[in-house]
Write a protein that binds this ligand. Sequence first.
Ligand code: ATP
Ligand code: MG
Length: 246
Amino acid sequence: MTTVLAATNLCKQFRMGESVVQALDHVSLTVARGEFVAIMGASGSGKSTLLHLIGGLDFPSSGSVVVEGEDITRLGDRQRTLFRRHRLGIIFQSFNLLPALTAVENVALPLMVDGANSRETFPRAEKLLHDVDLGHRLNHRPQAMSGGEQQRVAVARALLNDPAVVLADEPTGNLDSDHAETIWRLLRRLVDDEQRTVVAVTHEPVGARYADRIVVLKDGRIVGEITESGGLDAALVAARYAELVG
Ligand SMILES: Nc1ncnc2c1ncn2[C@@H]1O[C@H](COP(=O)(O)OP(=O)(O)OP(=O)(O)O)[C@@H](O)[C@H]1O
Ligand SMILES: [Mg+2]
């Protein structure tokens, strides 16, 4: 087993005027190559905060994050940006699409800013859009797409650089169940066929069951894990989750 991601004793406090929010409280998490981990927890439990720290988008108040042997909390801004761009695929809770660009341009953008050849990049971007069922929306701009379509563009964009590690924050939050399943199966395939590593935040047991293991957060702490040697199913996930957070 190769460890791809090790978060150790992560704490994150947000200061709001006089008060302090303890968003994460000594969270440790190790993820192996070829592992699919889901993170579940109530709204405000710290899921996005954890994902942001793992992705080097924010700094912990204390603790460390090592991704593929690199302590990303010690990298400078520029190095961290490059690390993200080359090694990680991040699907944000808000999609962050550029309004002036079409779907295929939005997907291709991360490689284009790196000086990639558009003759190679655009066909890849189009293939990824087909994979998320958007082959018929290649030239639509975000305002001409539904929320769920925009979300799927964001998923395709995160996969363009062949990331070793995919971080996803509610990647199916705006999707109907059929399209949600398309995304979960796509993420599962990345793990099974290509030995990539996926960490995905979700509140849906039907999505979380695609993971090998589910880490449950409550009030900024890990309160338990859900795993089952024979594979997870949605009812089991829902029941164990209720026990852990109840
Ligand atoms: N920039 C910030 N400044 C102050 N407080 C913050 C900030 N970001 C998050 N918080 C607080 O930290 C806690 C955890 O937030 P976080 O976004 O990680 O929750 P979450 O589990 O992702 O919730 P949701 O399911 O609603 O997305 C919340 O109480 C939130 O209000
Ligand atoms: Mg969140």
